[in-house]
Design a protein around this ligand. Structure first.
Ligand SMILES: [Zn+2]
Length: 97
């Protein structure tokens, strides 16, 4: 009897979803849970892999879209913005400041 094989080993990893593009062309994506590095790709399909850092200096456009208290992360390399994944609520209710 043949051992059942799992479909394909090359299932793509979950991708952050592009949810908005700001007027200046900055992309805003929603993170995959526990995501720490940017998955934005350049023209040569090379992964950016920049570190995502909490970012507080967003402008009015981001505030209008996501709220003045929005939790925003920014890639330190390509400056793509990320918002948290709604499934990712590890910080039980308490704000970080
Ligand atoms: Zn990046």
């Amino acid at each position: 009897m043949a051992t059942p094989k799992y479909a394909t080993p090359d299932t793509p990893p979950p991708e952050a979803i592009l949810i908005a593009t700001l007027a200046d062309g900055t992309k805003v994506k929603q993170r995959v849970a526990r995501m720490r590095a940017c998955n934005e790709k350049d023209e040569k399909a090379k992964m950016c892999a920049g570190h995502l850092k909490r970012w507080y200096f967003f402008g009015d456009e981001v505030k209008a879209k996501f709220g003045a208290q929005a939790e925003i992360y920014r890639c330190e390399k390509c400056r793509t913005l990320y918002v948290p994944n709604p499934e990712e609520e590890s910080r039980t209710g308490t704000l970080s400041w």
